[in-house]
Design a protein around this ligand. Structure first.
Ligand code: IMP
Length: 193
C-alpha cells in the first residue's frame, strides 16, 4: 500500500454530497431527472448523490477513453459505451468524478446536446479548475482541488484504490504519484475512466 494522505474524509464527502443533492432537489422540484454517470470513476458518487435527491430519478452510464500519442494527450475522446435510451426532452444530469482539462466534458456536452434534451447540467465531485484548457464548468461542484493526483471514492490509479472510502492523495514522491502525474500530463490519460 503506498503512502496516502486523506484529502476529504468520508464524513466530509457525505456532507457535501448531501448539499449537492439538496441543490438538485430544489432546482428540479416536481420534475424527473436522469443521472448519467461516466464510467467508472463516477459510479460511487452517482450512487450516493442519487440516493439523497428527493426528485424522481433514473440512471444511465456512459463509457469514454482518451488517447495520447505517447508524448502529449491528443485530446481525442472515444465513446466506449453509449446510453441505453433516448434522451430527447429529458433533464440530464451528467455525473463526473473529476473535471480536469475539460476535454471529456466538452465532448460529452456536445454529444448530449445533439439528443435535444430539455436541460443538461453537470455535477462534478472534484474540480481541478487550475488544469482547465476548455471553456467548460460544472453546475454542481463538490470540491475545488489543486493539481494533485487523487484516488478513492471511485477514482483510481491503474484501476486500483477505487474502493477507498476517503478521497486520498498519493504521497507526491511515491512511484505511483510520479507515474500518475506523468500520465496525466504526457501520455494516454484516463483510458477506462
Ligand atoms: P479531462 O478530460 O481532462 O477533464 O479528464 C477528466 C478525467 O480524467 C476524470 O474523469 C478522471 O477519469 C481522470 N482524472 C483526472 N485527474 C485524475 C486524478 O487525480 N485521479 C484519477 N483520475 C483523474
Amino acid at each position: 500500500m503506498p503512502e496516502l494522505k486523506v484529502l476529504f474524509s468520508r464524513e466530509q464527502i457525505s456532507q457535501r454530497v448531501g448539499e449537492l443533492a439538496a441543490e438538485i432537489s430544489r432546482d428540479f422540484a416536481g420534475e424527473s431527472v436522469i443521472f448519467i454517470g461516466v464510467l467508472k470513476g463516477a459510479t460511487i458518487f452517482l450512487s450516493d448523490l442519487a440516493r439523497q435527491v428527493s426528485v424522481d430519478a433514473t440512471f444511465d452510464f456512459i463509457g469514454v477513453s482518451s488517447y495520447g500519442n505517447g508524448k502529449q494527450s491528443s485530446g481525442e475522446v472515444k465513446l466506449t459505451k453509449d446510453v441505453d435510451q433516448p434522451l430527447t426532452g429529458k433533464n440530464i444530469i451528467l455525473v463526473e468524478d473529476i473535471l480536469d482539462t475539460g476535454l471529456t466534458m466538452m465532448y460529452l456536452r456536445k454529444m448530449f446536446l445533439a439528443h435535444g434534451p430539455k436541460s443538461l447540467k453537470v455535477a462534478a465531485l472534484l474540480d481541478k479548475a487550475c488544469r482547465r484548457t476548455q471553456p467548460v464548468q460544472a453546475d454542481y461542484v463538490g470540491f475545488v482541488i489543486p493539481d494533485e493526483f487523487v484516488i478513492g471514492y471511485g477514482m483510481d490509479y491503474a484501476e486500483r484504490y477505487r474502493n477507498l472510502a476517503d478521497i486520498c492523495v498519493l504521497h507526491p514522491d511515491s512511484e505511483e504519484a510520479v507515474n500518475a502525474k506523468a500520465a496525466a500530463n504526457h501520455e494516454s490519460v484516463g483510458a477506462n475512466k
